[in-house]
Design a protein around this ligand. Structure first.
Ligand code: ZN
Length: 291
């Protein structure tokens, strides 16, 4: 009896808990190391956002710098519930690409943050996993533009470049799917802090749900269309959450960015969202920043 009791105690102590009291059961891996953006500045914000939800234990895998030995970059994706990419750089090895594809296909979660959707223009399966991407020579050969026209999602096969943006500014994000776990319960419109508003993204756009859009105002150099900002993509048994937001560390202080990242990562990892929308979520006319 005494022996059993001690075993139970040992078992209990192994269940790590977080500040919020949840069992720290979801493992997240943030990938960085190459990006035309300030990845050294943004990765800590991604880690902090995920960990502060109380749901994730986060590790970071930093790829070799440009020109380094990419064959040595072999994260063990299958050890994690969700992979969060802050990576926009050189191709991974064939082995690492195959492991990543198998991971998502078999039910793994993925989150693409901002310029992660610029990466890997030639990698077909990656583009299916992110749904749409920009730059890197993407054109109509890569798939349609995805826009929100007359109250619904439209895939537009016009010829032209994939990916552009106007000048940075505060802009309103509009929720377009109020039933999806990631966006259910969020305000219909909320003001996002000064960021780069990606437009003209294009790609396979298969099994893609547009969760939220923003209007790329031509007065700011935008496309003049309602552009997808938050997306959910099904790929095999896996789930992918794509946020086009998050150009810089400052952009990642927006509570709208933080909360949608937390919810998107939980959904990608589990298919559900258990988090409540916090009281400091931004409103249509009010920014909200967490330092
Ligand atoms: Zn950017």
């Amino acid at each position: 009896m005494k022996h059993l009791f001690l075993s139970l105690l040992a078992g209990v102590s192994l269940l790590a808990t977080t500040p919020s009291g949840h069992a720290a059961q979801l493992k997240a891996l943030v990938i960085d190391g190459q990006n035309n953006h300030n990845w050294k500045g943004t990765t800590p914000h991604l880690v902090k956002a995920l960990e502060s939800s109380g749901l994730f234990k986060v590790e970071v895998a930093t790829a070799p710098a440009k020109g380094g030995d990419m064959a040595s970059f072999k994260p063990k994706f299958s050890d994690f519930d969700v992979i969060v990419s802050n990576y926009n750089g050189e191709p991974w090895s064939a082995e690492t690409k195959a492991a990543f594809e198998a991971y998502v296909k078999n039910g793994g979660g993925f989150v693409s943050v901002h310029a992660a959707d610029n990466s890997f223009p030639e990698w077909k399966e990656y583009n299916k996993i992110i749904g749409v991407g920009g730059w890197g020579g993407r054109t109509e050969k890569d798939g349609p533009y995805v826009r929100f026209i007359d109250g619904k999602v439209a895939k537009v096969m016009d010829a032209g470049r994939g990916g552009s943006h106007g000048q940075q500014h505060d802009f309103v994000v509009e929720v377009r799917d109020t039933n999806h776990p990631i966006t259910a319960g969020l305000p219909a419109k909320w003001l996002h802090v000064k960021d780069e508003l990606y437009d003209r993204l294009r790609g396979p756009a298969e099994n893609l749900t547009v969760l939220a859009t923003a209007f790329a105002n031509p007065a700011k150099g935008g496309s003049g269309h309602h552009e997808p900002m938050l997306m959910a993509i099904d790929y095999g048994k896996g789930r992918s959450f794509h946020t086009a937001l998050g150009h810089s560390p400052e952009c990642m202080k927006c509570v709208g960015f933080i909360v949608t990242l937390q919810r998107g990562a939980e959904w990608a990892a589990t298919g559900k969202v258990t988090q409540k929308v916090p009281a400091d979520f931004p409103a249509a006319d009010k920014l909200s920043i967490r330092d």
